[in-house]
Design a binder for this molecule. Structure first.
Ligand code: NAD
Length: 337
């Protein structure tokens, strides 16, 4: 093929579907694979395979593009969700089994195809998570330590985080033993339009925007825990830009991709309420909250990629709130009809 080629695994998901759009806009020929099509738009992929990446035969077929290997693979497919899904421990076995199986299949089948064709050109991007950082460094909400080098001794607070850590090591092992060019990002809470916003797998920014959109002025909304847990959130366009830069770099070390604008969940609610122009009070209820504090540390990514976030959380929430408010109103109209 005369164009550059990319395979996006998890192309029906939030980050994957945005990445497909970006790659197409750069002129790539893109094949997407996912269990499902994107929830909110048509996929921009040239070809979309709706199938299960736990099936090793499917993975072997998906990696082959007209008798050649892809130039780039973006591996976003994972069994994942927000705190309500990954921190309750009700889905841990599925999360670990499903996501690890996909990663094992991708790497092993890529090595087999490389051997068959006598090539080794395919760069593979793996989307790890800040959830792999040790819980003991994230107890103080004001001073969490998420420098890349703080990952060991390992102690993630969820099985989701342990699987991410295992898979990071798996990609690095295939790099060391089979010379597979790998790129690994540790994403910190990515949010924006076209992300899951209801149903139990949504993350905090989307859940809060939905609750605020559903609330009347001077209503209250429920917040899990005491709302004093801290996080940072990165807008989707910035995540895609940083990921493309990482892919184009020579860096094989895992890098944080996140924002350093740390807020409490209470502040996140206040920002969503401000953007919505509503006065909202908070009712604190029991719920899974994850670690007490987390913030991206961008020292290394700034050095390696010359990249940093620039959008404020309020700007990102404004765009996300508008989109979620539109989804909520579409749902209300559908119920009325
Ligand atoms: P997402 O759930 O929207 O996308 C993941 C996609 O993988 C889904 O569309 C799902 O259908 C697909 N998938 C799952 N199992 C599959 C299977 N067996 N076969 C084929 N497809 C399968 O999640 P996302 O927010 O787009 O996240 C993408 C990646 O980034 C994930 O690996 C996630 O762990 C990682 N990550 C995301 C965030 C974030 O804040 N969104 C933070 C850290 C890490």
């Amino acid at each position: 093929m005369d164009k550059k080629t990319a395979l996006v695994l998890g192309a029906g998901g939030f980050i994957g579907s945005h990445m497909v759009k970006r790659l197409r806009s750069e002129g790539y020929w893109v094949r997407g694979v996912d269990l499902k099509y994107p929830d909110f738009t048509m996929s921009a992929a040239d070809e979309f395979i709706q199938d299960d990446l736990r099936d090793v035969g499917l993975v072997a077929r998906a990696l082959d593009v007209e008798g050649d290997t892809f130039d780039e693979i973006y591996q976003f497919a994972a069994d994942m969700g927000g705190a309500g899904y990954i921190f309750t421990d009700e889905h841990s076995a599925d999360i670990m089994h499903n996501s690890a199986t996909i990663n094992l299949n991708v790497l092993n089948e890529q090595v087999a195809l490389n051997r068959l064709l006598g090539v080794n050109k395919t760069k593979i991007f793996y989307s790890s998570s800040a959830c792999m950082y040790p819980e003991h460094n994230q107890l103080d909400p004001d001073n969490p330590d998420c420098r890349e080098e703080s990952a060991y001794p390992a102690n993630p607070d969820s099985e989701y985080g342990w699987e991410k850590l295992f898979s990071e090591r798996l990609y690095l092992a295939y790099h060391h033993n089979y010379n597979i060019p790998v790129r690994i990002a540790r994403y910190h809470n990515i949010f924006g339009p076209e992300g899951t916003w209801e149903g139990g797998k949504e993350k905090a920014p989307a859940a809060i925007c939905r609750k605020v959109a559903n609330a009347c002025d001077e209503d209250s909304i429920e917040v899990w825990g005491d709302g004093l847990q801290t996080r940072s959130f990165l807008y989707i366009d910035e995540c895609i830009e940083a990921t493309r830069r990482l892919m184009d770099s020579e860096c094989t070390k895992p890098l944080n991709i996140g924002s350093e604008e740390m807020v409490t969940i209470n502040q996140l609610v206040d920002i969503a309420a401000k953007v919505a122009g509503k006065k909202i009070t908070k009712v604190y209820v029991d719920g899974p909250t994850g670690v007490r504090g987390r913030n991206s540390n961008n020292d290394l990514v700034r050095e390696e990629l010359m990249w940093d976030y620039f959008m404020t959380l309020e700007e990102g929430i404004k765009k996300t709130y508008e989109w979620i408010r539109w989804q909520v109103s579409k749902q209300i109209y559908a119920e009325v009809e």
